[in-house]
Design a protein around this ligand. Structure first.
Ligand code: SAH
Length: 360
């Protein structure tokens, strides 16, 4: 079939080949129907509400070596921090004032700096003052420590985010030196679901070495895993990381572009294969298009935004990718502008926790 003559099959019937063709297409006549279908499916399955999740970057201390991430253990150039309980509660109160229905506690990974009991205590203290859904994005605990996840769930956490980053086991290994492998990451997601969490995952787009097939497989894996939440964003090269250096030094390793259009195509296809999932217009997307990134994501399948409520003094230190900090207006200003943007495209500000529609 001529690549210009592709007709998007109904979302239920998208095959690997369809996904590949759509990812590779740059033809307006192909992409317009994709945007439209993604927006219709979004409207039909998750409605007009845009759910806001207050992101708290609890700590940038990390013992891992993820080859893409600016807060990896081997970056000696950043000052490390862990927020105090009182600072975290202050961020929670801010998110409550803004009416955000849920919180996301995200951090680098260090069982020594964030012991299980400390996290449990934080969750319990938040629960005393807040009815918001609590999402954890604290990575994988070492040594298959499922008890930690169970404790956190019992303490009142509701959701867990861990991106699998890529469905290609070899690429996964290159991205995560020293990690036991993709299978364990996927097993952790399964365990988290069994424990009772809503589960979220996702990938980066345009990582050096990622092929078109890889990205199409990623999208298909979203469908297989029946995820409640799916976050996708462009890979943003960080100069203090092996992958950031590879990006600049070996342009021939760049296969899938890490640009806005690729991200939007991935968001749209993700919506089509997982119609009920909560899908954010991510901060990384907003970083590469500061004026329209969020709105474009919302118009092409996304229904969630995660505004940052981390204290400003820490935000600049949580530099998983460059220039992230400089996008961070004061939370009040960001909140006001964001809500205006949401209303300006005819959407509603989400009320309540914005739970997964998967079980409904
Ligand atoms: N330690 C936690 C939180 C990591 S930050 C964990 O690993 O789950 C959350 C996400 O940010 C990661 O899953 C990754 O997909 C994304 N990220 C990290 N570095 C990035 C980069 N350089 N460019 C784009 N996204 C990045």
């Amino acid at each position: 079939m001529d690549k210009n003559s592709i007709v998007i099959p109904d979302w239920e019937f998208l095959t690997h080949e369809d996904i590949l063709q759509l990812l590779r297409s740059e033809d307006k006549n192909v992409l317009e129907p994709l945007w439209q279908q993604a927006d219709e499916v979004r409207k039909r399955f998750v409605g007009e509400e845009v759910h806001l999740r207050g992101l708290i970057e609890v700590s940038n201390i990390c013992t891992e070596q993820c080859a893409y991430c600016g807060i990896r253990v081997k970056n000696p150039h950043i000052k490390r921090y862990r927020m105090t309980l009182e600072e975290i509660l202050e961020s929670v109160r801010m998110a409550q004032r803004f009416g955000y229905g849920s919180l996301v506690l995200q951090a680098g990974e260090s069982a020594a700096v964030m012991p299980t009991d400390w996290v449990t205590e934080v969750i319990k203290e938040i629960r005393k003052i807040s009815d918001q859904a609590i999402t954890l994005s604290l990575g994988e605990r070492p040594e298959n420590d499922w008890q930690a996840y169970r404790d956190w769930f019992s303490a009142g956490a509701n959701r867990y985010l861990i991106r699998f980053e890529t469905s290609n086991p070899e690429l996964f290994q290159r991205l995560h030196p020293g990690h036991p492998g993709l299978e364990r990451r996927l097993f952790a997601l399964k365990k988290l679901r069994e424990i009772g969490f809503e589960i979220g995952s996702g990938v980066m787009i345009g990582v050096p070495g990622q092929t078109w097939d890889d990205l199409a497989n990623d999208i298909e894996l979203f469908r297989t895993l029946e995820l409640d939440m799916i976050g996708v964003g462009p890979f943003l090269p960080h100069p203090e990381t092996p992958l950031g250096r590879e990006f600049h030094e070996n342009p021939e390793r760049r296969i899938v572009p890490n640009n806005e259009e690729m991200t939007l195509k991935t968001v749209a296809l993700t919506r089509l294969v997982c119609p009920k999932a909560n899908i954010p217009a991510t901060t990384a997307l907003a970083c590469i298009d500061r004026s329209m990134g969020h709105r474009n994501g919302l118009a092409r399948g996304a229904n969630v935004i995660m505004p940052n409520v981390t204290p400003e003094k820490y935000r600049q230190l949580y530099e998983i990718y460059p220039s992230k900090a400089s996008t961070a207006e004061a939370a009040e200003i960001f909140d006001k502008i964001l809500k205006e943007k949401i209303l300006s495209i005819g959407r509603k500000i989400g009320k309540g926790r914005g739970n997964s529609m998967n079980k409904k």
